[in-house]
Design a protein around this ligand. Structure first.
Ligand code: MN
Length: 155
């Protein structure tokens, strides 16, 4: 049990007694410049509330899974891909990611993109797109433009 029910917010979207973590293990999946903070690990009987922050020009992993995401943008702006839709997102916007729907979050070049993400604590592992899936997504011009910066990265 913590000694206080309130963990104060600090500058730069940090909170007392909340550790800033790597988004994922390096090399486990493609992403760039993302941090993760777990705000509540067992809230509301099995929900987990995380804060992710994508640095300017960065992106989260393009993935899908059976579990859903409820997202609220807290900081900055950028774009997201959900299914075959590319949408502009900014502070306080809400994004729902349904089951088995390809999704990715990208910060604008000149701003971070920080967002709360609500998930079930018990959840399946994300799946990554195969070449066929990427080719199908890239056949949609808006999606191709959204994904383009990633494909230019040298590996
Ligand atoms: Mn996800």
């Amino acid at each position: 049990m913590r000694d206080t029910p309130v963990r104060k917010a600090r500058d730069g979207f940090h909170w007392d007694q909340v550790e800033t973590l790597h988004y994922k293990d390096e090399g486990s999946a493609p992403f760039r410049d993302v941090t993760r903070q777990v705000l509540f690990a067992d809230a509301a009987g099995g929900a987990e509330w995380r804060y992710f922050e994508v640095a300017p020009g960065g992106w989260s992993t393009l993935e899908r899974h059976e579990h859903t995401h409820a997202v609220m943008v807290l900081r900055g702006h950028g774009r997201c891909l959900v299914g075959e839709r590319v949408c502009e997102i900014a502070e306080r916007d809400l994004v729902e990611v349904p089951p088995m729907t390809w999704h990715q979050f990208r910060a604008a070049p000149d701003a971070p993109l920080g967002f709360l993400c609500l998930v079930s604590r018990e959840r399946d592992r994300p799946q990554l797109p195969d070449e066929e899936t990427l080719a199908r997504l890239r056949s949609l011009p808006a999606v191709a433009a959204f994904l383009e910066p990633q494909s230019r990265v040298k590996r």
